[in-house]
Design a binder for this molecule. Sequence first.
Ligand code: IPE
Ligand code: IPE
Ligand code: MG
Length: 244
Amino acid sequence: MGDALSSSTPAAVPAHIAIIMDGNGRWAQRRGLSRSEGHRAGTRAAKAVVIRARELGVRHLTLYTFSRENWSRPKEEVGLIFDLLVEYMKGELQNLLDQDIRLRVLGDFDGLPFIARQSLSHVMGKTENCRAMTLNLALNYSGREEILRACRNLVAKGVKPEDVTDQAFAAELYTAGQPDPDLIIRTSGELRLSNYLLFQAAYAEFYFTDTLWPDFDAGELDRALAEYQGRQRRFGKTGEQVTG
Ligand code: IPE
Ligand code: IPE
Ligand code: MG
């Protein structure tokens, strides 16, 4: 919170990029593969994008990995997604440490399968002092639930109505202490937010691409950034005010 609203010039590199990694299923279907293969390929794309974001100097990267609504998928698919997550944690811990990347989870952590909680806790603990980039995985995440949870926290703390400010509210979100996303990317041609970062997206720039997530790579991230850098962010001002 705050950063995005206080600066009107687009930073060369967004401080926070949030991605809706969509299209794994369709990618697999087009190849005659199972949806599982699509998710596996999606994990490879995620690894490449983490590396590229870190190289570019992005300080916060958030990946929509599993929404609260995704529990309604077939049990086998859900199981496979969490198996891949655990595999990713095992395989990537050393790479995250080497790249000085801190792992965080946004979402209802306690509602995750035990094995996922265990491996995530391990990696979060090991990487907690890493500072080059924060990698947030939105897991069991719902933007509305996050907002309601913040309300409940404020009420439980007995905060007075006049003290419910932007800042006080943002401090109760999963993203507390992190800037709002400057850029939200969604792959696979879908033009919706799907309950992602509803509060934090207030002044984000949006980038949509038809590329399916498993095909999204470093070059695609560079293209999204180039487009972002050509945008004029106004935050309510006139174009003249912004260009000075
Ligand atoms: C995104 O790909 C991954 C998750 C939601 C976990 P999808 O699995 O939604 O792929 P499509 O949208 O069916 O192609
Ligand atoms: C959003 O994708 C969630 C993730 C990428 C994890 P979905 O594929 O679940 O979104 P909808 O259902 O098409 O809106
Ligand atoms: Mg989808």
